[in-house]
Design a protein around this ligand. Structure first.
Ligand code: COA
Length: 162
């Protein structure tokens, strides 16, 4: 069973997320990346299966990283899988308030669960999945922020949407 979980929407996964996941897996020994459904998030481009498949491809050489999905609360997943560590990345001070609220709510719902924050590599501290989608949509290169598999899927998806 993985020691830690890294939940997120990952629509799509970026190098910022990948860096956080690899560092967390190294620190905690094993990690499951959990693709979640954020009810309030609008404009999701990839369905859960597509997001999982890209992430599996990205981490196919990383023995200690697995991929899963969940459509309820992250604490439910943690309880079910007996995971007591949640990993979240912090890009800037602006992430802090939302993350603090979420960590506090999760603690209340499942007292054994602790949230650990990793600072996102400064190279990626300004990017988000939405920004990547916006840049790709307008035909500019997203090479610095996403791996080849994501770049190709973005191209296919955006071509069918145009
Ligand atoms: N590098 C690059 N981008 C990063 C990043 C990093 N290290 N860390 C975060 N981001 C970006 C993401 O790309 C994403 O960008 P977007 O908003 O443009 O899509 C944004 O920051 C938010 O990231 P993410 O980590 O995916 O969080 P989220 O708010 O989309 O999802 C969950 C968080 C898992 C809590 C949400 O999916 C959810 O609602 N889950 C179910 C309900 C639940 O359990 N809620 C908590 C208890 S109250």
């Amino acid at each position: 069973m993985p020691k830690a979980m890294y939940p997120g929407t990952f629509d799509p996964i970026t190098y910022g997320h990948i860096d956080v996941a690899r560092r967390a897996a190294k620190a905690f020994g094993s990690l499951v990346v959990v693709v979640m459904q954020n009810r309030v998030k609008k404009g999701v481009l990839f369905d859960i299966k597509e997001r999982c498949s890209m992430i599996e491809d990205v981490f196919k050489q990383d023995d200690h990283i697995t991929v899963d999905f969940h459509s309820g609360l992250m604490v439910e997943y943690a309880k079910e899988k007996k995971i007591k560590v949640v990993i979240r990345g912090l890009r800037a001070v602006s992430d802090f308030e939302y993350e603090m609220q979420m960590a506090a709510a999760n603690k209340k719902l499942f007292t054994e669960l602790d949230t650990f924050f990793l600072m996102t590599d400064t190279k990626y501290s300004f990017i988000s999945s939405s920004l990547v989608k916006e840049i790709a949509f307008h035909g500019s290169s997203v090479d610095p922020w996403v791996p080849e598999v994501v770049k190709e899927k973005l191209k296919d998806k955006l071509n069918t949407k145009k």
